[in-house]
Design a protein around this ligand. Structure first.
Ligand SMILES: *[C@@H]1O[C@H](CO)[C@@H](O)[C@H](O)[C@H]1NC(C)=O
Ligand SMILES: *[C@@H]1O[C@H](CO)[C@@H](O)[C@H](O)[C@H]1NC(C)=O
Ligand SMILES: *[C@@H]1O[C@H](CO)[C@@H](O)[C@H](O)[C@H]1NC(C)=O
Ligand SMILES: *[C@@H]1O[C@H](CO)[C@@H](O)[C@H](O)[C@H]1NC(C)=O
Ligand SMILES: *[C@@H]1O[C@H](CO)[C@@H](O)[C@H](O)[C@H]1NC(C)=O
Ligand SMILES: *[C@@H]1O[C@H](CO)[C@@H](O)[C@H](O)[C@H]1NC(C)=O
Ligand SMILES: *[C@@H]1O[C@H](CO)[C@@H](O)[C@H](O)[C@H]1NC(C)=O
Ligand SMILES: *[C@@H]1O[C@H](CO)[C@@H](O)[C@H](O)[C@H]1NC(C)=O
Length: 678
């Protein structure tokens, strides 16, 4: 048998048929680990050291796991049999493998094993980690592998075909801490299924077909993933017991209401993104009669599913440990007063992609720890933030709303704000002076927002705001490193608009503004790394010098014809990328470019489509690819031009002489006539 196998292996390896055992070993041995993956093996190799500790047989052709030779390898701790065709396992084969800790049986055909034979695989005495994922296991099949698994802590049954978790399923594996049931078709969980697993820490039930979690009572659990089901309600059993739950993922379900969470909890992270949640009075017309003060006081009171009944008694849940709350992609139109009152630790709040029209932060607001607030993609018209409320806020996303008239100093009340995204709104920016004036008057007249003197702000996106004017000193004393003013078609940038940013700005975007002149003295912005000016009508750029540190310069789709005077070559040391396509460049007015291409120091990504205009004669211009231009051609052209100039000058002088002579004649004749008359 052994010889036969070796012969077979030698054939597999294409070797000679002489018997030299080690040479035919299909496995690579590194210390005590044998790596035999992807060797087209039909059997477990019998000629490995009996002391090997890891045996990797993944991605072979194994169909059976028999007693021999596996039981020789009693020292194996990690056995990887994944991605074979195993449909038979000898009952009790692992019983004496007391070192075996990790057993990987994923991606086999174990459903057939269960169908063929009655007894399971028997005792797996020390296995702690068992992977049974991807085996088409149906209800009642998994039990055959875990009926005697006293040490098992980590079990994966992911990507099988289980529809029901029966009450007895995990009786043979009472030590489970980590259970993965991701990607099955689970519709039903019998009562008691997880209750007998006192150490269960993490349970993954994502991507199943659950529709309702009622009477949640798994106090032992720390992490629960229920994302990607069809859950409409999540309801915890009313209890004074403490729940260990720290992370709950209910994203991508069909929740209509905020989940009913355990009263005493340690919840740190709650994800209810991509549901149908409404929080406020908009729930349904029937709700209105029971939206009395009680409901407003108690933000977590959950309305009953059936519209006619009044408020269900749900006491307030203290979420004082909550750090992450993702409420994005729901149908929230308004937020009940006091909703965030207990969330004093919240760092991250995502309310993006809801239907909020108004967001008001009142002075007794609890969210003093909030660092990131995402209100993007709502329909916000009104935003008001009382002073000394969002004192920790650093990142504020407000893009894609309808913000227009805000209190002019709204962002100055955020003492730690670092990043502000106001893209796609309708914001007007105040100048320093109008701001000061308003401060004096204390009234907002033209609806502008002041963005100066925000000493912590670094990133500001004001693109696509239909902004027509950028007044002088708009960002005075605000140390912006990134400023995006793109897509404000028709924007007039006042001469001193960016004054004060010279020593801070690193990224400046002015794309698509229809600018025909640039009022900004760019070479003074010594830290500028990335400048994009694409899609404007610029014809002129200021002269760069060696102090500039520009790395990316985007000048696409403008009206530049001659950039010789801008001295872009002065940037050669730092410049990494230069975009210039879509400009009516003259070939001979940009000899610097040919030199730059020849040197190859700067990457010009759109070189292939960059053309320039070459005037052969005065009337005729030819478009040629920049990369085909040779400086000599232009020197010749210059010579030709010179000749033409000389000819022209000659013609001119000649005509002046002729005209001079002619007029002299006329003059003489006239004088003669006058004399004659006289
Ligand atoms: C396990 O060990 C016991 C006693 O040493 C022996 O009787 C039994 O046959 C062994 N089982 C296997 C599958 O090797
Ligand atoms: C088992 O093998 C599969 C496929 O090779 C791999 O993706 C998985 O991570 C392994 N499981 C364990 C617990 O190592
Ligand atoms: C919440 O779930 C969504 C969808 O599964 C995911 O994209 C998002 O990153 C999660 N949010 C957090 C804060 O983890
Ligand atoms: C409602 O909750 C309160 C505590 O908030 C409790 O005293 C009362 O018994 C509850 N009522 C019902 C009907 O459960
Ligand atoms: C919530 O619990 C924290 C301690 O866990 C406590 O300090 C706080 O007062 C509680 N808040 C409410 C509203 O019960
Ligand atoms: C908020 O959620 C939206 C939608 O799920 C997502 O695109 C966005 O990146 C999230 N915001 C943050 C700051 O993670
Ligand atoms: C926004 O505020 C203005 C004035 O403060 C008010 O007239 C308007 O109704 C508010 N809009 C919404 C949607 O609340
Ligand atoms: C930009 O220029 C390219 C040619 O380089 C042209 O194909 C493109 O249509 C232009 N884009 C716009 C928006 O004008």
């Amino acid at each position: 048998m052994r010889l036969y196998l070796l012969l077979f292996l030698s054939v597999v390896n294409g070797g000679t048929s002489t018997y030299r055992p080690l040479e035919y070993l299909p496995c690579e041995l590194i210390k005590m680990d044998a790596f035999c993956q992807e060797k087209d093996l039909f059997q477990i190799p019998p000629n490995l050291y009996p002391t090997i500790e890891k045996l990797d047989l993944s991605r072979n052709q194994l169909q059976r796991v028999a007693e021999r030779p596996l039981t020789f390898y009693t020292a194996v701790q990690h056995l990887d049999l994944s991605s074979n065709k195993i449909s038979f396992i000898y009952s009790g084969v692992f019983a004496n493998m007391t070192s075996l800790n990790i057993l990987n049986l994923s991606n086999n055909q174990l459903d057939q094993f269960v169908q063929q034979s009655k007894p399971g695989i028997g005792l797996i005495p020390q296995v702690k980690i068992l992977d049974l994922s991807g085996n088409s296991l149906y209800n009642g099949m998994a039990e055959h592998f875990i009926e005697k698994a006293p040490s098992l802590t980590h079990l994966s049954l992911a990507s099988n075909s289980i529809t029901t978790i029966s009450a007895k399923m995990f009786i043979g594996s009472p030590s489970l801490t980590d259970l993965d049931l991701h990607n099955n078709i689970i519709m039903d969980i019998e009562e008691g299924a997880f209750e007998n697993l006192p150490h269960l820490f993490k349970l993954d039930l994502s991507m199943n077909s659950l529709t309702c979690i009622s009477g949640y009572n798994l106090q032992q659990l720390h992490i629960l993933d229920l994302s990607k089901n069809s859950i409409e309600t999540f309801h915890t059993t009313e209890s004074e017991e403490e729940y260990n739950l720290e992370e709950l993922d209910l994203s991508e379900n069909k929740l209509m209401d905020f989940p009913v969470l355990p009263k005493k909890n340690w919840l740190i992270s709650l994800n209810v993104s991509k549901n149908l949640i409404q929080l406020g009075s908009e729930s349904s017309p029937d709700d209105i009669n029971y939206l009395e003060e009680d409901w407003l006081k108690d933000s977590f009171q959950i309305l009953n599913q059936t519209p006619k009944t009044t408020v269900k008694n749900a006491s307030s849940v203290n979420l004082s440990k909550l750090v992450y709350l993702d409420l994005s992609y729901n149908e929230i139109k308004s937020i009940p007063d006091g909703f965030f009152d207990t969330m004093s630790s919240l760092h991250f709040l995502n309310l993006s992609k809801n239907c909020l029209q108004t967001y008001v932060v009142t002075s007794n607001y609890a969210l003093t720890s909030l660092v990131t607030l995402d209100l993007s993609y709502n329909v916000l018209q009104n935003l008001s933030i009382a002073i000394n409320t969002l004192t920790s806020l650093q990142t504020f996303y407000l893009q894609s709303n309808f913000l227009q008239a805000l209190e002019f100093d709204i962002f100055q009340g955020l003492p730690n704000i670092k990043e502000l995204n106001l893209q796609s709104n309708n914001i007007k920016v105040c100048s320093t002076y109008s701001g000061v004036a308003k401060q004096r008057i204390g009234k907002d007249d033209n609806g502008c927002v002041s963005l100066f003197s925000i000493s912590t702000l670094q990133y500001l996106d004001l693109s696509d705001n239909m902004m027509k004017n950028l007044p002088e000193y708009a960002f005075h004393k605000t140390p912006l490193t990134m400023l995006d003013l793109s897509l404000n078609q028709g924007l007039k940038v006042k001469a001193q608009a960016l004054s004060g940013l010279e020593s801070f700005l690193e990224y400046l975007h002015l794309d698509g503004n229809g600018l025909s002149t640039l009022n900004v003295d760019l070479p003074h912005f010594v830290h500028l790394k990335h400048l994009s000016l694409s899609h404007n009508q610029l014809t002129w750029l200021p002269t760069w010098n060696k102090d500039c540190t520009l790395q990316i310069l985007d000048l696409r789709n403008n009206s530049f014809s001659d950039l010789q005077t801008s001295d872009i070559t002065a940037l050669e040391k730092t410049l990494k990328k230069l975009y210039l396509s879509g400009n009516p460049l003259s070939c001979c007015g940009n000899i610097w470019l040919s030199h730059m291409i020849q040197k190859g120091l700067v990457d010009i990504p759109d070189l292939e489509v960059m053309s320039c205009q070459y005037s052969k004669t005065f009337a005729y211009q030819e478009d040629i690819l920049i990369s085909h231009i040779r400086p000599e051609v232009c020197e010749k052209e210059n010579l030709k031009k010179m000749n033409i100039f000389i000819v022209l000058a000659f013609v001119l002088i000649l005509s002046i002489i002729v005209i001079g002579l002619f007029s002299f004649c006329c003059f003489r004749r006239q004088k003669f006539r006058q004399q004659f008359k006289a």
